[in-house]
Write a protein that binds this ligand. Sequence first.
Ligand code: PHE
Length: 345
Amino acid sequence: MLQEKITQYTAEINAFSTDHADELEQFRIKFLGTKGIIKDIFDEFKAVSPEEKRTLGKVLNEFKQLAEAKYQSLKDLTEVADTAKDSGLDLTLPGEGFEVGARHPLALVRREIVEIFNKLGFIVAEGPEIEDDWHNFSALNFPEEHPARDMQDTFFIKKGGEKGDIALRTHTSSVQVRMMEAGKPPFRAIMPGRVYRNEAISARAHCFFHQVEGLYVDENVSFADLKQTLFYFVQELYGEGTKVRFRPSYFPFTEPSAEMDISCTICKGAGCQMCKYSGWVEILGCGMVDPNVLENCGIDSKKYSGFAFGMGIERIANLKFEIKDLRLFSENDARFLKQYKTSLI
Ligand code: PHE
């Protein structure tokens, strides 16, 4: 009898809900009042047999707690609703929602570059942004007082350290030196990172930018390996059918050296502003690692050879997104940044 009543009332309590204070008060009087159901049930309980008492006692207590807990939680709710009403707030209005952030376009492009080279077995290597002369210049075959050092306008920090003047690195080739000094061939790595050059800030130049350089050193590495690696990279990044061409160039740390152009990604070679109506755009410098550089890093240049390349991430991003002003990358304007949403987490 008693058990049945409790089951029935339990269902009623569970189903009950309101955010009106007066309805809640009715609930309180009905169940928890001095003449309420719980009081009645407890009175009835006094009359049951001692065996029944043992099992029913627990059920009864739980029932009472349920009624009290329900009352308390609805009381909090009605209070919030009342305060909201008093202050003119409408809690039924939809919430304001918040925007999910976006990755920086340079981070997106760097990630894409890293993923492509990962597929070819290149690992990622990193190094310090504050470098000494040895790692940024001398080990890379830039002779002392040689005009090649002026190719990269350097921000110097301190004159004369143990390994020469301290400066902000002008390229991540310094990481290649650190890697070769610290290990043994074969090396197959890319070096993404920020680099600094003392240039007046404009739409086309900035005092810092981002690079990905790459290095592959092993026995019998040839210029053909370099070409095929970079060709594969470009097909992956800009799509199949993108053409490449190599033009002879000069870097102190590579011999022979080249600059690589690709068919313009914007006009597909027809001619546009981006490619200055030539159909081609330059995207990177590369070459076979100069034997002097290998020897400077303690590697036997008779046994080993290698290739290296380096590109600016901003440039690669421009050719993907047609961003005309370099300054946008570092101004942190949310209207610019949020255009480059991605499904990549
Ligand atoms: N370090 C060169 C630069 O910053 C790029 C480069 C790297 C060129 C490796 C050739 C080989 O301009």
